[in-house]
Design a protein around this ligand. Structure first.
Ligand code: UTP
Length: 287
């Protein structure tokens, strides 16, 4: 079955970015001039997704506004003849169908995904985290859709991390069966470096099958009283098997200050109007 729906969880508090996230949703922080979540929605669209289900909470209304029409602004720009600027916002409201659901309490990523159950129904679907930016010639989610279509099993995106960093991620245990493809035996949440079964870490892209909803409804909450998606993944793996896919592309953790700044530099370096001046400026920091 085709992957047509993507869930984008964006109901976290973004505490690593306080104070800015007190009133501004983390997902709207810009990479150069485009909010992080727009990169994600564009990737979904370029991967064949037809419906985006945003999981939001109180205070995230501006995300919905970003993908709506701002008639006054569009009209003003049109009258001024600012067609370049108009082009940047005009298509946003009909780029893709978007609905939003509120997660009323921040009970974890697993709980956030569960909120979409009634809109997904009985079909495989994608999950993309609202702050995980991947720059790739072929959209990361599209790479994963192709893998799903070949193997018909849940697919999770993985990337290599250094041994010291295994304790920050879910880590896969499995064997490589094809270029970039791992058949998984287990996933382990945040293992210490000497306990980690590999250095391949789970990042913010998943293709899941609808069994995940029953699983999430029936497993107990984990660390911090939150319903952990990784706990659900482990059970889904037992039921359906699962593939770890080492995607092609550069990933930036936009929910982390350093990752966010690196993403800004990397994307700014692709802008001809910024690149040379930015380089000149950065040279001042090279000893
Ligand atoms: P994070 O823990 O990285 O994001 O969750 P956060 O909670 O927003 O940020 P910090 O850690 O406090 O700085 C990963 C993703 O899961 C979503 C977040 O919005 C983020 O996209 N999430 C997390 C939810 O939607 N609901 C939750 O209850 C928890």
């Amino acid at each position: 079955m085709k992957i047509k729906k993507a869930v984008i969880p964006a109901a976290g508090y973004g505490t690593r970015f306080l104070p800015v996230t007190k009133a501004v949703p983390k997902e709207l922080l810009p990479i150069v001039d485009k909010p992080m979540i727009q990169y994600i929605v564009e990737e979904a669209k370029a991967s064949g997704i037809e419906l985006v289900i945003l999981i939001v909470n109180h205070g995230k209304e501006a995300i919905e506004d970003h993908f709506d029409i701002n008639y006054e602004l569009e009209d003003t720009l049109r009258k001024k003849g600012s067609n370049g600027l108009l082009g940047l916002i005009e298509g946003l409201s009909d780029m893709i169908k978007i609905v939003s659901i509120r997660q009323k309490k921040p009970l974890g990523l697993g709980h956030a995904v569960l909120q979409a159950k009634h809109l997904i129904g009985d079909e495989p679907f994608a999950v993309i985290l609202g702050d995980d930016i991947i720059d790739a010639p072929k959209p990361c989610l599209l790479q994963m859709v192709d893998v799903y279509e070949k193997y018909k099993k849940p697919v999770i995106a993985v990337q290599q991390v250094s041994r010291e960093d295994t304790s920050r991620y879910g880590i896969i245990k499995g064997r490589q069966t094809d270029n970039r493809v791992y058949m998984l035996d287990d996933v382990v949440e945040k293992p210490a470096p000497d306990k980690a079964p590999s250095n391949l870490a789970i990042i913010g892209r998943y293709i899941l099958t609808p069994e995940i909803f029953d699983i999430l409804e029936n497993i107990p909450s984990g660390a911090g009283g939150e319903l952990q998606l990784t706990d659900g993944l482990r059970e889904l793996l037992k039921q359906k098997g699962m593939i770890g896919y080492q995607f092609e592309g550069d990933r930036y953790d936009g929910g982390d200050k350093l990752g966010f700044l690196l993403a800004n530099i990397a994307f700014a370096m692709k802008r001809t109007e910024i690149k040379d001046k930015l380089l000149d400026y950065m040279k001042g920091y090279v000893k």
